[in-house]
Design a protein around this ligand. Structure first.
Ligand code: ADP
Ligand code: MG
Length: 252
């Protein structure tokens, strides 16, 4: 029951079936990586899990600790313990990071309950120290004019503060500079725990030099075609996605 269980999920986008009977189970306490070529449906998976309205579920189910989340609105999914970090995060001009995270935490409390400001800032600063983030950073508007590394810092700080049960991180396919890469790696490695399952979506093997996953899954044409231990990422780097495609065709 302590899993994020994606069962035979099929998802249609703009009239095309992109995910086809996609199945994957992420146990709490583990870090799983999904790798795959561009256009294979990795971001579609993340968006469908988040409950994005453009992504129509045509089959299957998603169970969070045994309970289906498919009928929940995006904000309800978030409050039930699912955290999403997207490839292209939105800018929120005029809203500081500190106030943004505070509002998200406040929304998780019961009606009439008030998040205590002193306690909130104490915890925020503790997490920032843990993640080596400069305190001045929280006064900046969310993602406004941020560098790649700063966007990742903002994302990882949200992750640390919200303490989700499952985190899905959709990493950029290109332009992830070394600073951004290290922020994500340091963040995930620091926050890894028995209480959280992580799904790391990535195009490049390079990120997995810094974050060692418990399991690697290769996605091709809307489904997982191969799963294995961390060494699978190296195999993939050596042989390329052609190798996976041939494998997928052979077993289809
Ligand atoms: P990946 O993240 O693996 O590169 P995506 O999930 O972004 O792949 O895309 C998979 C396929 O779904 C692509 O063919 C893409 O064009 C299509 N797709 C994804 N999102 C949309 C959308 N909002 N509208 C139309 N097509 C989409
Ligand atoms: Mg993508």
């Amino acid at each position: 029951m302590n899993t994020l269980d994606i069962r035979n999920l099929s998802v249609r986008v703009a009239g095309n079936e992109i995910l086809k009977n996609f199945s994957l189970t992420i146990p709490k306490g583990e870090v799983h990586a999904i790798m795959g070529p561009n256009g294979t449906g990795k971001s579609t998976l993340a968006k469908a899990l988040a409950g994005h309205e453009d992504y129509e579920i045509t089959g299957g189910d998603v169970l969070l600790d045994g309970t289906s989340i498919l009928e929940l609105e995006p904000d309800e999914r978030s409050r039930s313990g699912l955290f999403m970090a997207f490839q292209y995060p939105s800018e929120i001009p005029g809203v500081s990071i500190a106030n943004f995270i505070r509002a998200a935490l406040q929304a998780r409390l019961a009606e009439g309950e008030e998040l205590e400001a002193t306690k909130y800032y104490k915890r925020l600063y503790e997490k920032m120290d843990l993640l080596s983030i400069d305190r001045k950073f929280t006064a900046r508007s969310v993602n406004e004019g941020f560098s790649g590394g700063e966007k990742k810092r903002c994302e990882i700080l949200q992750l640390a503060m919200l303490e989700p049960k499952y985190a899905i991180l959709d990493e950029t396919d290109s332009g992830l500079d070394i600073d951004a890469l290290k922020v994500v790696a340091h963040g995930v490695n620091t926050l890894r725990s028995q209480n959280m399952g992580v799904l790391l979506i990535t195009h490049y093997q390079r990120l997995l030099n810094y974050i060692v996953p418990d399991r690697v899954h290769v996605m091709y044409d809307g489904r997982i075609v191969k799963s294995g231990p961390k060494e699978l990422a190296l195999e993939l780097e050596a042989n390329g996605y052609e190798w996976v495609r041939d494998h997928a065709t052979a077993t289809a």
